[in-house]
Write a protein that binds this ligand. Structure first.
Ligand code: PLP
Length: 475
């Protein structure tokens, strides 16, 4: 008798249609289980899948997010050199907070802090912290303002129950978040049409002896311009001398901190100004590192209140920490140090100048279309971006242009409205980063012109389509 053949699950070649069972039996050779099943969603799947399948499942879903390099909305870095990628992948196993086990990582953090303090013209020895981004840096910096204010008030025997913080409507949402989380009254200077930053005359009426500090922005997310930081500083200096009220200034340099020192070195916004006591900057924006790194710098050691620092005996070593998080990766700290070592001052300047040059070229292209007005193009100091709006009178609006560009070419260019009292102003914004070189800016200019032509013929998009367009500014 012939030996029994192993069961062959393949359908006969001439079978009209395969059953689901038949398809499933063949998965082991040809396919992936998830092709016939929903992705794991509301509970852990009963069993797993192969490593290859799991990775493929995720890659296929990520396609929906588009190409990060076509995301012209974000300030955050979407490309680094392959050597930096290597440094990062080798460090993925390192927990940054384990200073005792990884002392060299801690040393490299300190080197970065010293280099930034020097870049921002700190007068002498200072201190700072690595953070998850500018948001954590702002929380910690603003807490320091609150603690210092309370210390001054208590020493003078005055009440400490009604702290306030003064800033413009052009700041990032994190400032309001700080006020709510840490119980400080926000005093927000509203914007106005044609006035998208603030100056001394705006903050003056809001300041009193309960003001823990003023926050000014170097490079707003809305139009990329800076508040009149020098003007605000001078006003605060006068206030100190004339009325004895010492109000510190914190500069939110999330974006501008890595732009101004290289493009506008003579513009004073940093520790050269007397009242500037602390500065935050995002390493993952123009510091040119992937997301997950920010920095907080103090003017002097004394600007960090001692009782906000935690000294702990961790695994046998005394360690000082000033963070909101505890465990986190060391990779982005090393990536920041990689950029500092790799680029140096000249390299950062080269990158920033290139971006500025291409941003200007793009602004010229967009202006030539004839449908747009460039916002703040005449301004000397701006982040490398192009902010623009329609001249008015078109049958379509900025949100339509954004949707049309996404539909035709996959460009992610945000359209958004400005904060109070300029909320009826609609703006579009393109970040011009290293990956948007000259030929791509030319292509983008032509694509924007094409989108306008299409919209002029077909008219505005349906209201319900419009809702689907992302309207946040993609910080
Ligand atoms: C991006 C940004 C923030 C928040 O920074 P993260 O690094 O994203 O936490 C705060 N302020 C300004 C001005 C910003 O541009």
């Amino acid at each position: 008798m012939p030996a029994q053949q192993p069961a062959d699950h393949r359908p006969a070649e001439d079978a009209p249609e395969m059953t689901r069972r038949q398809i499933e039996r063949m998965e082991g050779i040809y396919g992936n289980r998830y092709l016939l099943e929903p992705a794991p969603d509301h509970k852990l799947p009963r069993g797993g899948m192969s490593a290859e399948e799991a990775a493929e499942l995720i890659s296929e879903e990520m396609v929906l997010d588009g190409l990060p390099t076509r995301n012209l909305a974000t300030f955050v870095t979407t490309w680094m050199e392959p050597e930096a990628d290597r440094v990062i992948s080798e460090a993925l196993r390192v927990n940054f907070i384990d200073h005792a086990e990884y002392p060299q990582t801690a040393e490299i953090e300190q080197r970065c802090i010293r280099m930034l303090a020097h870049l921002f013209n700190a007068p002498g020895e200072t201190t700072g912290a690595r953070t998850q981004g500018s948001s954590e840096a702002i929380m910690l910096g603003a807490l320091s303002l609150k603690w210092k204010w309370r210390g001054r008030r208590e020493a003078a025997g005055k009440p400490v129950d009604r702290p306030n913080l003064v800033f413009g409507g052009d700041v990032h949402v994190v400032w309001e978040k700080f006020c709510r989380y840490f119980d400080v009254e926000p005093r927000i200077v509203p914007l106005a049409p044609e006035k998208y930053t603030i100056g001394p005359e705006d903050v003056e009426p809001h300041i009193d002896e309960n003001t823990i500090g003023v926050a000014a922005v170097l490079g707003t997310t809305f139009t990329g311009h800076a508040d009149d930081i020098r003007g605000i500083n001078d006003h605060l200096v006068a206030l100190k001398h004339e009325r004895g009220i010492d109000v510190p200034l914190h500069v939110d340099a999330a974006s501008g901190g890595f732009v101004w020192p290289f493009l506008y070195p003579h513009s004073e916004w940093d520790f050269r100004l007397e009242q500037v006591r602390s500065i935050n900057v995002s390493g993952h924006k123009f510091g040119l590192v992937y997301p997950g790194i920010g920095w907080l710098l103090f003017r002097e050691k004394d600007d960090l209140p001692e009782d906000l620092v935690f000294y702990e005996n961790y695994l046998g070593k005394r360690d000082a920490t000033f963070t909101l998080n505890f465990s986190t990766g060391a990779a982005m700290v090393l990536a920041q140090y990689y950029n500092f070592a790799r680029l140096g001052h000249a390299g950062y300047r080269y990158v920033m100048e290139t971006m500025k040059y291409n941003a200007r070229a793009l602004a010229t292209e967009i202006a030539a279309i004839g449908e747009f007005e460039i916002i703040g193009g005449g301004h000397d100091e701006q982040l490398p971006l192009v902010a623009f709006k329609l001249t008015g009178g078109q049958v379509y609006d900025e949100f339509d242009v954004a949707a049309q560009l996404a539909a035709e070419r996959g460009w992610m260019v945000p359209a958004y409205t400005l904060p109070p009292n300029a909320e009826h102003v609609k703006i579009m914004r393109v970040l011009v980063k290293e990956t948007l070189g000259h030929s791509l800016t030319t292509t983008l200019g032509a694509d924007i012109a094409q989108a306008c032509e299409t919209l002029a013929v077909k008219g505005a998009l349906h209201e319900s389509d419009r809702k689907r367009v992302k309207t946040n500014t993609g910080f």
